[in-house]
Design a protein around this ligand. Structure first.
Ligand code: SF4
Ligand code: SF4
Ligand code: SF4
Length: 188
C-alpha cells in the first residue's frame, strides 16, 4: 500500500474510532496534547525506527485492539523494554522526537514525565510477605522505597519509564504504567 493510501486509511479508521472507546497508552517524550497528537500523527513510524536504532526499542505501533481512534500511533510497550530517559540512554534531543516530521512529537527541555506507576498490593509479592522489592532495586531514579507493607512510590521522582513494571516478577504484575500525570505539550 502506498504511503498516501495508508494515510487515507488511517484517517478513515481513526474517524470511525471516535465512536468507540480506546485504551490509555503511554506516548513517547514530547508528545503534544492527545487531540492534537491524533491530528498530527500520520502513522509514519519514524519515531519507532529511531527508538530501535538510538534508544531502547520500547516503542511500537498501537494495534486495532488498542482502539480504532488511536490506531497506528506510537506507544511505549513495557513487554519490549523501557524508555531510556531514566538511565541516560536518551536525553534531549530525544531520538524519537527528533525523527517526527509533523510536530506530533516536539523537543522539550523541561522535565519529562510519560506517566505514573500504579501499585496493586493484592498482587504484590512483598505485600503478601514474600521476598521481592525488585522495583526498589531497579528504579534508576530511586522513586521507590521499602515500606513496612510493600514498596512506596514517590511520584515526583518517577518519570514513567516503565523499568519497574517490566521487571516486576509478580504474575499478574503488581505494577502498571498509566498515562496519568504525563507532561504533554500544549503549545502546538
Ligand atoms: S526517549 Fe529514547 S528510549 Fe524513550 S521512546 Fe524516545 S527513542 Fe525510545
Ligand atoms: S514520527 Fe511522528 S507522525 Fe510519525 S508515527 Fe511517530 S509521532 Fe506519528
Ligand atoms: S518508578 Fe518505575 S517507571 Fe518510575 S522512574 Fe522508577 S523505574 Fe521508571
Amino acid at each position: 500500500m502506498s504511503s498516501i493510501a495508508m494515510r487515507v486509511l488511517i484517517r478513515i479508521v481513526r474517524a470511525i474510532g471516535k465512536l468507540f472507546p480506546c485504551k490509555p497508552v503511554i506516548r513517547p517524550p514530547g508528545a503534544v496534547v492527545e487531540d492534537k497528537f491524533l491530528k498530527l500523527c500520520i502513522g509514519c513510524g519514524h519515531c519507532i525506527e529511531a527508538c530501535k536504532v538510538y534508544g531502547t526499542g520500547v516503542l511500537t505501533f498501537t494495534s486495532l485492539r488498542d482502539g480504532l481512534k488511536i490506531w497506528r500511533t506510537p506507544k511505549l510497550d513495557v513487554a519490549r523494554g523501557f524508555c531510556g530517559i531514566s538511565i541516560g540512554v536518551c536525553s534531549p534531543p530525544y531520538p524519537c522526537t527528533s525523527a517526527c516530521p509533523t510536530g506530533a512529537l516536539k523537543q522539550i527541555s523541561s522535565r519529562v514525565k510519560l506517566g505514573s506507576v500504579v501499585w496493586f498490593p493484592e498482587r504484590c509479592i512483598a505485600f503478601r510477605g514474600g521476598e521481592c522489592f525488585v522495583c526498589v532495586e531497579v528504579c534508576p531514579l530511586n522513586a521507590f522505597s521499602k515500606g513496612s507493607s510493600g514498596p512506596v512510590i514517590d511520584q515526583s521522582r518517577c518519570v514513567g519509564c516503565g523499568h519497574c513494571v517490566r521487571s516486576c516478577p509478580a504474575n499478574p504484575k503488581a505494577l502498571e504504567l498509566r498515562p496519568v500525570g504525563s507532561v504533554r505539550i500544549e503549545d502546538c
